[in-house]
Design a protein around this ligand. Structure first.
Ligand code: PRT
Ligand code: MG
Length: 217
C-alpha cells in the first residue's frame, strides 16, 4: 500500500510562514491556498496533500488522524491539551501569552496581592491552569475575539491574550502585567501515523527540519 500524508495548516500568518518552509522541504501545493477557497490541496508530491482549516481546529484534526501532520501555535496546543506529538518548533508566528490590564489599574497593582480576578480570554483552560497554580480564584469569561475590549466596558478586570508588537494593547490603554508563555508555531504529528506511516512521516519531518536549519543559518 502506498502511504499518503495529509498536512493541516491554517490561513493567515501560519500559512504565510509555513508555505515557504514546506517549499524548501520540497512540498508545494499545486494551487495557491492564500488565493483559493478550496479546503484540500494536492501538492507536487503525489502522496502529500494539504488541508486548510481554522487555527484552533488543527490540533483536533491531527489528534484524531484526519491529518497526519499539522502546524499550530503553542497557544492553541496548550489550550487543546490533547494527545499528539510536538515534533519541531518552527519558530514562526512568534508572540507571547500575557495577562494584561488597564494602565490606570496597573499603576497601583501588584500581582502578588491578587486573590480573586475576573478574566476575559479565549484561552479558558490555560488561564484556569495558570491562576490555579498561583492559588488565585478566577471567574473566566470565554470570548472568541477582541478580548481587549472587555476591561474597557467592565466585562472583566483582566485579559489573557497574545501580544506581539504591543500595539493592540497600547491602542486600548492596556499594559502587560504577567507573562504566561512564549509562543511560536510547532509541527505536530498524529501518534498512530508516527508508527503506521513511519517512513513517510520521518522523511517528511526530516525534510522540514533540514529546511528549517537552512533558514536559521
Ligand atoms: O483568525 P482565526 O479566528 O481563524 O484564528 P486565529 O486568530 O487563531 O488565527 P491567526 O492566524 O490570527 O493566528 C494563528 C496563530 O498565530 C496564533 O494561534 C498564534 O500562535 C500566532 N500569533 C502570533 C498571533 C499573534 N502573533 C498575534 N499578535 N495570533 C494573534 N495575534 C493577535 C492577538 O490576539 C492580538 O489581538 O494580534 C493582536 C496583538 O498583536 P500586537 O502586534 O498588536 O501586539
Ligand atoms: Mg485571527
Amino acid at each position: 500500500m502506498t502511504e499518503s500524508l495529509t498536512i493541516a495548516l491554517s490561513k493567515g500568518r501560519i500559512l504565510d510562514d509555513t508555505l515557504p518552509l514546506l517549499a524548501a522541504a520540497g512540498i508545494e501545493p499545486l494551487d495557491d491556498p492564500r488565493k483559493s477557497r478550496k479546503l484540500i490541496f494536492d501538492t507536487n508530491q503525489p502522496n502529500i496533500k494539504l488541508v486548510i482549516i481554522r487555527a484552533a481546529d488543527v490540533p483536533t484534526f491531527v489528534e484524531f488522524g484526519a491529518a497526519d501532520l499539522g502546524v499550530a501555535g503553542k497557544d492553541v496546543l496548550m489550550e487543546h491539551d490533547g494527545d499528539l506529538f510536538e515534533l519541531l518548533d518552527l519558530g514562526i508566528a512568534r508572540c507571547r501569552l500575557m495577562v494584561a490590564e488597564p494602565a490606570d489599574i496597573a499603576a497601583n497593582d501588584d500581582p502578588a496581592n491578587w486573590s480573586r480576578l475576573r478574566i476575559a480570554t479565549k484561552y479558558v483552560k490555560i488561564a484556569r491552569r495558570f491562576f490555579a497554580a498561583k492559588g488565585i480564584q478566577t471567574e473566566i469569561i470565554k470570548l472568541y475575539g477582541s478580548m481587549e475590549l472587555a476591561p474597557l466596558v467592565g466585562l472583566a478586570d483582566r485579559i489573557v491574550d497574545l501580544v506581539d508588537t504591543g500595539n493592540t494593547l497600547r491602542a486600548n490603554n492596556l499594559v502587560e502585567i504577567e507573562h504566561i508563555a512564549d509562543i511560536s508555531s510547532w509541527l505536530v504529528g498524529n501518534t498512530a501515523s508516527m508508527k503506521l506511516k513511519h517512513e513517510l512521516m520521518q522523511s517528511t519531518i526530516a525534510a522540514v527540519a533540514t529546511a528549517l536549519e537552512a533558514t536559521n543559518e
